[in-house]
Design a protein around this ligand. Structure first.
Ligand code: AKG
Length: 176
């Protein structure tokens, strides 16, 4: 896998997964919007959100209490302080909803993602002189992965659509 990518299975239990997904179902999700285009996934941001029209991050709603223990878990995986993970994005991928090729915005630094309910294929690609260098990994529910280093800055990532609901919660610190 790309340098800077870390994967850890089983960072939450099945009971914890059920607890969190019951809360997710009540969140005020909105379709992901990108320059007038609406993606099929739905998102809700806490702490900070990226404003695509203004090309900058803006303050967002305070992190709900039920997500604090999950942020602790994400912090343990990275070795970062939990309070440093200031941006939290909950994404709901209904059946058929992908996330296309992208790199995370440069305003953010490290990315930690915790997955819920369904396995997915996390794909990476980077441009070579004559094509693409590609990697992929099956990411399991209740696992965490971290994007740092080249995995974060040189490689793009994407997830093809699934047949069932998946949620992810991504935690990001801000570039200092
Ligand atoms: O759902 C995931 O694991 C990927 C999330 C992601 O790539 C993003 O929020 O930028």
């Amino acid at each position: 896998m790309p340098e800077g990518f870390v994967y850890r299975d089983g960072v939450i239990s099945s009971d914890e997964e059920q607890h969190f997904t019951r809360h997710f179902a009540l969140l005020p999700f909105a379709p992901f919007e990108f320059h007038g285009f609406q993606g099929r996934r739905r998102v809700v941001s806490f702490g900070w959100r990226y404003d695509y029209a203004g090309r900058q991050i803006r303050p967002s709603a305070e992190l709900p209490e039920f997500l604090l223990p999950l942020r602790e878990r994400a912090a343990e995986v990275t070795g970062l302080a939990a309070e440093g993970l200031q941006q939290v994005l909950v994404t709901e991928y209904a059946a058929g909803a992908p996330i296309g090729w992208h790199r995370d915005k440069p305003e953010f630094q490290d990315v930690v993602a915790i997955s819920f309910l369904a396995p997915c294929l996390l794909r990476f690609r980077r441009r070579l002189r004559d094509g693409w260098d590609r990697r992929s990994l099956e990411v399991m529910p209740r696992s965490a992965y971290v994007l740092r280093g080249a995995a974060r800055s040189e490689w793009e990532h994407s997830i093809p659509p699934l047949c069932t609901l998946r949620y992810s919660v991504t935690f990001r610190n801000l570039r200092g």
